[in-house]
Every structure is written in structure tokens, then in C-alpha cells.
Design a protein around this ligand. Structure first.
Ligand SMILES: Nc1nc2c(c(=O)[nH]1)N[C@H]1C(S)=C(S)[C@@H](COP(=O)(O)OP(=O)(O)OC[C@H]3O[C@@H](n4cnc5c(=O)[nH]c(N)nc54)[C@H](O)[C@@H]3O)O[C@H]1N2
Ligand SMILES: Nc1nc2c(c(=O)[nH]1)N[C@H]1C(S)=C(S)[C@@H](COP(=O)(O)OP(=O)(O)OC[C@H]3O[C@@H](n4cnc5c(=O)[nH]c(N)nc54)[C@H](O)[C@@H]3O)O[C@H]1N2
Ligand SMILES: [Mo]
Length: 774
């Protein structure tokens, strides 16, 4: 196909026939299609397994089988019949594998044996579990300090695995827990804990059915949380407002065709999933929210004068909040010009959004990475919270805040204590229950872990899942940091690039996935997960493991722990014989999990209580706190503003429809009309021409940052796209080399993946030619 053929704007609705065609193609491409269909039907059902895709939840009352195109891809991808075994590793050196694309690497299939890197031959060779565990123990026990090791977690790990992992790491002696959450919803947790006293969403699934208005901000559910489209469509049908705030016109947020609704499918009909669509500047959302509040304040004052109905919920504000005066002072001090210029929206549009908000009795605000991956994400989210507090939209049915989580158990992992800033209560509870002194100093987050490895302060890197080398910023630098380690270890289901960026010694430890039957001493085991609505449920794998050498994640952690610490502080091998034993330890130490095993018997699981949802405020003031943040003067950092060269565009890095983070299922992005390619950059046609380029032309993207490093990705095809002026968008992880390690959110350390100042250059023949971006 020529470049032109590969870009065809999508005309259909989201989900529907297009999705079924895509899933079917995905199944046909797999050797296990029939078995996988059976597995699919068990997804998210009682007795089945939790979808290993996203963290979206379902109503516990609604027994219907729910699956979506991308959930189907996730299951199918894990359940592949292809194997990456010792013969495969014998065929390719690590350098040869490194030449392959990320897509090719994971496509090769499931890992089957524990493998050890042999530097002399540059190959992974088969090893035994005992040897692997002994190698890790030897390295860990040789470090001068436990703080020289990094223990990464990706959010697919179950509660049981995560709990055991943090127990081991703390008994070993460090809080170095970099995790994917650091790159994801960290800002949601920081802002909500400070303002509301809880770090999780305050709504449950059923609230969506009662809201009069649902805001979907900086989120692309059609691709990343497809099961959310149905409640959005239902909301529109019953006359609620669905208001999208997103610079891109995402297909799933426009029209939705239910894949399990025969009439709609036969008529090829579809229904809208929004009632209003606003398109801000990248990073402009805080200004949008501030502007909405400024309108509300104006109307409130007018109502006071005219004796009309108040706009604010004064009873709620008086009883439940603190700090409104100071906050409204800050709102008055923010100029309309500043709001208009920074938001990228007209004041008329902001006023319309404010009216829709003010007319609704019950409002839910949902958001994802478009709000969390900016420098000022914490004040942005606190502005969302401020807006919601003014009308008492927290802690009542049909209203509340909903950070829509990413990985299927990222929220549960935090609940289990995967947290470099370990809460004192958790450490106290571990100390009491397990009679050891957990470390009290804060550990490393993801950005700090990379810095520590780069500087040689950390020497061992262990990953419970994920693809650290690709998911993190400043790729060449992060790779170099990993290579400096004495030992790198990856617990994984599939081969990925992180495994090829080896320390002096390296191990790949293959594990069971969520879909696999997990047989332990006392029989088959289930694991638990927590969805975005704080529902805890159990998941039972259904498929026969692909190799008899696979261990479960808890078993691998227990093996490492026993080799490193012996029976301190627990008998690790006993603990994994029956995961109910691990759950009893969780019940003893994590609030909200009392009587854990028994409560799991309830179909659909149980809900973790959320204080803010019950209007109990565990904040410094004991009330829900208005945050009086100043709207940033500039969004571009001072260092970049001071450079002699100016940015051409601001780039956001995002997901295509055919990927799960660094896992690529395919090379298409159907809803955005892109086929068979990923090295593309979306820009406005006028911008493309203004900068002296042509649509379809190949360019290099060069990031601007005030250090001496060159950050460049090469040979990206320019796509003329419906995107606001001054913005560009391209896929992650290919664009991670552009994100500077030092460009992260204030107080979150989340890389600013949605705001990278770039210039476009004529494509260079080779990456090696280094020119400054003059
Ligand atoms: N199939 C599939 N499902 C997934 C994932 C996946 O990769 N594939 N990933 C999982 C994970 S870990 C996560 S965190 C979630 C991610 O879910 P999303 O957050 O939906 O993922 P992104 O692709 O990063 O999309 C960001 C959206 O925000 C918009 N946006 C970008 N910048 C801004 C901004 O400044 N303001 C506003 N208002 N909007 C902005 C973009 O246009 C885009 O629509 O999905 C989870 N589910
Ligand atoms: N530029 C840019 N960078 C980003 C983002 C962005 O939007 N832009 N998003 C960020 C976000 S939100 C996140 S969450 C991170 C994601 O970062 P990670 O969680 O580290 O990355 P994933 O791509 O989800 O990890 C995929 C790998 O997990 C392994 N795996 C899959 N299933 C299992 C399992 O059941 N067990 C084990 N042990 N391993 C398994 C497979 O080997 C697979 O290759 O990336 C972040 N990076
Ligand atoms: Mo994420």
C-alpha cells in the first residue's frame, strides 16, 4: 500500500461491525480461535476470569456477559498457541532480536522456560527455577544496601501477587517501588487525597445510570475502555448530557454501535455517545475548569442580587468544605483573557459547558491520561474537584469523581501496598502482623529509579510484569541506565524489548497469565483484582498452561523471597499452597479487607468502602478542601521558553486502537483511519503547510529541552488531521525518546507524555546525524 492508501478516514460508528470484523480477524490469526471463544464467554463472569484488559467495572447486579473488541484482543493475545521456547532463543542472539520491532517480539508467543542471559554467546539459555532464584538471592544479598535494588510493578499483577511482593521487598529492606501508576493516575491520587482524603474514584457503576451530566475529559474510551461506551450511550438516550472535552474528535465519543445488539447491527444504525464536544488546547483543561467556575460565580452573584435560585450548594459548602473564600479570591484574580488564551476554547464555549454543568443536578466527571500527564496535573484535577464541590457533586448518588484507571489491577496494586511513599498505617500493620521492622524512608518512583540506575546507585532491577524499557521516558537514556545494572530480571508472559536491554546478568522468568489455570499444592487457585469502581472480585483462569515450566506470579515471588530471606518473615512456600492464606494476611493488614475470603463468595465480589463517597473527609482540615491554585502563567517550561529556537508544535503521545500500552496487537488505528503503520504524526494541514511541509511527507520529530541531549525520532509520516492548530499527536511508545526524564508533573513525577514541545525537520537518512534544532 502507498502512504496515501494507508490513511482513510473512518466512516463507521465505534464498536459494532467494525469491531466484530477486527476481532474475528484477530481470532483467525490465532491458532486457538475456538478455545479462545470459549474463554471469551467466561470473561468478567462469575466463575470466569477478569478481563486482562482495562480496569473498567460492571454493575454487580447485571449478570450479562460483557466483552469488547479490545478485551477480546487482550484475551486472545495472552491465549496464543505460539511459543517462545529455548529453541527460539537458540536461533536468535539478543542483538538479533533487538533488531526486530516491538510488534514482532511479542507476536512470537508465550514464554515457556526460565532463561538466563549468557554474555559470551549473547544468547538467552535455559536455566532452572532454583538456579534463577539463587542468582537473584546472591545479587540481592551482596548489595551494600537494599536501597540499591529497584522493584517495578506493572498493573496487571493480582492482589495476591502484589501483596506478597511488597511483603518480600519490605522484609528485604526497601520501599523502592517504581510502578506503572507513577506514569499513569498518580496525579489523580495526589490531588484527591489532598482535597478529599481518598485517592480513588467516588462513583460506582450504578451512579452512571443516575447522572444528569457525565463529563469525559482527556479520555478515549472507544479504544481504551470500550465497555464504557454503552453506559454513555444509555445516558444520552435517557436525556442526560454527555460532555466530552478532548482536542481530538475521538470516534468512540461520537457514535457507538452495540456489538451485542442485533437490531442495531442489522440496520447498521448507531447512536450518539455525546451531546457536546469541546476541543481545548493541550494542557488547557485547568483554564477550562477555572473559566466554568468563573461563570458559575458570576451567576451566583447575580442570583444573590436578584433573589433567584442560588447556583452554589450552600448547605453542602457550609457543612462539608473548607477554603472556598480563598479559592474564589483566586478565581476573581484570574483574568478572562488568561483563561481564553490558555484553554484554547472561546469564552462562549466555556460558558456553554458551565451552563450544562449548572443545569444538571447530578454530575459525574470522568478523566484519564489527557489530564494526568501534564506538569500541572495536580492543580488541574483540583480545579475539577473545586468545580464539583461548589454544587455538592461529591458523595451523592449519580454524582462524583471518576478517574478511569488503566491496567486491570493497577488500583488494587496500590491498595496492596505497592507504593514508594508507604503509608505509616500500612507499615505499622506489617510490623505488628509479621514482627519485622519495615523500612520507613520513602523509596524510588519510576523517574527516580531511572536516575538511580543511570548514576550507578541502583544495581539490581526486578520487574513484576510490564515493559519498563519502552513505557518510560527518554528511551536511549533509560536503556543505558538498565544496561549499567549488575542484574535485570523480568517476570513476564511474553517477550518484549525490556528483556533485551540486559544488565551484566539477566533473567526472564515466564509466568502464568490471568487466563491460565493456576494449580498449587491445595488445588486450582483464583486471584483477586480491584476495578476502577473499587469492586473486588475473584478471577479463575480457564485455559491449560502453555508449558509445564510456567509458575504463577505468587510462586515466583515466593521462590525469590525464600532464596533471599529463608523463612523470614513467613514460610513463603506454605503461603502459596492456597492463596486463601495470602488473603488472610491481607485481611489482617489492609483496611477494608476484613473477612476477605468469606466476602469473596458473594457473586460479583464486594465494594471497598470509600470515605469521600460517604462524605467523610480524611483531609488535614477534616473537610473537603478547596484548592486555591494559581493558573500557570505559561504551560511551556521556562527552560524551553528561553531557548533560541521556538517549538513548532506541542505533541501528545497516545494509544492507537490496536495496542495495549507497549503491546501492539496490530498496526492499524481504525477509528483514526490509519492502516499498517505507526510511525505517523497527526497535525493540522494549515500547520503542516505553514511550517513548510506537505501532508504525507516524512519528517523527524525533535524535542526541545534545555539540556545538551538530542531527542529525535526519525521518518514519521505527516498526516493532515482534524486537530486544533499548534498541536500534534503521535503514538507511544515510539515517541518516548522525545520525553525528557526531567519533564514530569509537579508532585507526581509523572512524565509529561501529553505535552512535549517539538520541532519538525526534513527526515534525515540516519539517526546518527546530530544537528541542533536550529
Ligand atoms: N485497548 C487498550 N485499552 C487500554 C490501554 C491500551 O493501551 N489499549 N491502556 C490502559 C491504560 S494503562 C490506561 S492509563 C488507559 C489510558 O486511557 P486514555 O487516557 O484514554 O489513553 P490515551 O490514548 O493516552 O488517550 C488520551 C486521550 O486524552 C486526550 N488528550 C490528550 N491530551 C489532552 C489534554 O491536554 N486535555 C484533554 N482534555 N484531552 C487530552 C487525547 O486526545 C486522547 O483522546 O487505558 C487502559 N486501557
Ligand atoms: N509516552 C507515553 N508513555 C507512557 C504512556 C503514555 O501515554 N505516553 N502511558 C503510561 C501508562 S498510563 C502506563 S500504565 C505505562 C505502562 O507501562 P507497563 O505496565 O510497564 O507496560 P505494558 O505495555 O502494559 O507491559 C506489557 C508487558 O507486560 C507483560 N505481561 C502481560 N501480561 C502479564 C501478566 O499477566 N503477568 C506478567 N508478569 N507480565 C505480563 C508482557 O510481557 C508485556 O510485554 O506506560 C506509560 N508510558
Ligand atoms: Mo496506565
Amino acid at each position: 500500500m502507498s502512504q496515501v492508501d494507508r490513511y482513510k478516514p473512518y466512516k463507521g460508528a465505534a464498536a459494532g461491525w467494525g469491531a466484530l470484523i477486527a476481532v474475528t480477524r484477530n481470532w483467525l490469526g490465532s491458532e486457538n480461535a475456538l478455545k479462545n471463544i470459549r474463554a471469551m464467554l467466561k470473561t468478567n463472569q462469575n466463575g470466569g476470569f477478569d478481563c486482562p484488559g482495562c480496569a473498567w467495572g460492571e454493575s454487580p447486579e447485571n449478570g450479562m456477559v460483557k466483552f469488547c473488541e479490545n478485551g477480546a484482543k487482550a484475551v486472545n493475545w495472552e491465549a496464543t498457541g505460539r511459543l517462545v521456547d529455548p529453541a527460539f532463543f537458540n536461533k536468535y542472539s539478543v542483538s538479533a532480536l533487538a533488531e526486530q520491532s516491538d510488534y514482532w517480539l511479542e507476536y512470537q508467543g508465550r514464554l515457556t522456560h526460565p532463561m538466563r542471559y549468557e554474555a559470551a554467546t549473547d544468547r538467552y539459555v535455559e536455566t532452572t527455577w532454583d538456579e534463577a532464584f539463587a542468582t537473584i538471592a546472591r545479587h540481592l544479598n551482596a548489595l551494600e544496601s537494599p536501597d540499591q535494588a529497584e522493584f517495578y510493578t506493572s498493573g496487571r499483577a493480582s492482589n495476591e501477587a502484589a501483596f506478597l511482593y511488597q511483603l518480600f521487598v519490605r522484609a528485604y529492606g526497601t520501599n523502592n517501588f517504581p510502578d506503572c501508576s507513577n506514569m499513569c493516575h498518580e496525579a489523580s491520587a495526589v490531588s484527591m487525597i489532598e482535597s478529599l482524603g481518598v485517592g480513588k474514584g467516588t462513583v460506582v457503576f450504578d451512579d452512571l445510570e443516575h447522572a444528569d451530566a457525565i463529563f469525559v475529559i482527556g479520555q478515549n474510551p472507544g479504544t481504551n475502555h470500550p465497555r464504557m461506551l454503552e453506559p454513555l450511550r444509555e445516558a444520552v438516550k435517557r436525556g442526560a448530557q454527555v460532555i466530552c472535552i478532548n482536542p481530538l474528535k475521538e470516534r468512540g465519543l461520537e457514535r457507538f454501535q452495540h456489538p451485542q445488539h442485533p437490531i442495531e447491527m442489522l440496520m447498521n444504525g448507531s447512536e450518539p455517545t455525546n451531546t457536546a464536544y469541546f476541543r481545548p488546547a493541550l494542557g488547557g483543561d485547568m483554564a477550562v475548569m477555572r473559566g466554568m467556575v468563573k461563570f458559575l460565580l458570576q451567576w451566583e452573584r447575580e442570583a444573590q442580587v436578584s433573589g433567584g435560585e442560588p447556583v452554589f450548594d450552600h448547605a453542602f459548602i457550609a457543612e462539608h468544605t473548607s477554603g472556598m473564600g480563598a479559592y474564589l479570591g483566586e478565581v476573581d484574580a484570574t483574568s478572562w483573557e488568561h483563561i481564553e488564551q490558555q484553554s484554547g476554547m472561546s469564552l462562549a464555549d466555556i460558558e456553554l459547558a458551565a451552563r450544562m454543568y449548572a443545569r444538571a443536578k447530578r454530575v459525574i466527571m470522568c478523566w484519564a491520561m489527557g489530564l494526568t500527564q501534564h506538569t500541572h496535573s495536580v492543580p488541574t484535577l483540583q480545579e475539577v474537584i473545586n468545580l464539583m464541590l461548589l454544587r455538592g457533586n461529591v458523595g451523592r448518588p449519580g454524582a462524583g469523581l471518576s478517574p478511569v484507571r488503566g491496567h486491570s489491577n493497577v488500583q488494587g496494586d496500590r491498595t496492596m501496598g505497592i507504593n514508594e511513599l508507604a503509608p505509616t498505617e500500612l507499615l505499622d500493620a506489617l510490623e505488628k502482623r509479621f514482627s519485622f521492622k519495615p523500612p520507613r524512608e520513602h523509596g524510588h518512583n519510576t523517574v527516580m529509579a531511572i536516575g538511580a540506575m543511570e548514576q550507578g546507585r541502583s544495581k539490581v532491577f526486578i520487574a513484576l510484569g510490564g515493559n519498563f524499557a519502552q513505557a518510560t521516558p527518554d528511551t536511549p537514556r533509560t536503556h543505558a541506565a538498565l544496561r549499567k545494572c549488575d542484574l535485570t530480571v523480568h517476570i513476564a508472559t511474553k517477550l518484549n524489548r525490556s528483556h533485551l536491554v540486559t544488565g551484566r546478568e539477566a533473567l526472564i522468568l515466564p509466568c502464568l497469565g490471568r487466563t491460565d489455570i493456576d494449580m498449587q499444592a491445595e488445588g486450582p487457585q483464583g486471584v483477586t483484582v480491584e476495578d476502577t469502581f473499587s469492586m473486588i472480585h475473584i478471577s479463575h483462569g480457564q485455559l491449560k498452561p502453555k508449558s509445564k515450566h510456567l509458575l504463577s506470579e505468587p510462586a515466583i515471588i515466593a521462590g525469590i523471597a525464600a532464596a533471599t530471606l529463608g523463612k523470614h518473615p513467613i514460610d513463603w512456600n506454605w503461603a502459596i499452597g492456597d492463596y486463601g492464606r495470602i488473603r488472610n494476611m491481607i485481611a489482617d493488614t489492609i483496611p477494608g479487607f476484613e473477612d476477605f475470603n468469606r466476602r469473596l463468595l458473594h457473586p460479583g465480589g464486594f465494594h471497598m468502602p470509600n470515605d469521600a463517597a460517604r462524605r467523610i473527609w480524611k483531609t488535614a482540615s477534616g473537610k473537603a478542601q478547596f484548592a486555591p491554585s494559581v493558573l500557570p502563567e505559561h504551560l511551556i517550561s521556562e527552560g524551553v521558553r528561553n531557548l533560541a529556537v521556538k517549538p513548532h508544535l506541542i505533541l501528545q503521545t497516545m494509544r492507537s486502537h490496536d495496542q495495549y500500552n507497549t503491546t501492539l496487537y496490530g498496526l492499524d488505528d481504525r477509528y483514526r483511519g490509519v492502516y499498517g503503520m505507526r510511525d505517523v504524526v497527526f497535525a493540522n494541514e494549515q500547520d503542516i503547510r505553514r511550517l513548510g511541509f506537505e501532508p504525507g511527507q516524512k519528517v523527524d520529530l525533535v524535542a526541545l529541552w534545555d539540556d545538551e541531549r538530542e531527542r529525535r525520532v526519525s521518518g514519521f509520516t505527516l498526516i493532515a488531521y482534524d486537530i486544533p492548530a499548534g498541536q500534534a499527536a503521535a503514538y507511544y511508545p515510539e515517541t518516548n525518546p522525545l520525553v525528557p526524564l526531567e519533564s514530569y508533573g509537579d508532585r507526581t513525577f509523572t512524565p509529561t507524555s501529553k505535552f512535549v514541545a517539538i520541532r519538525l525537520e526534513q527526515a534525515k537518512a540516519s539517526n546518527l546525524i546530530s544537528t541542533s534544532a536550529a
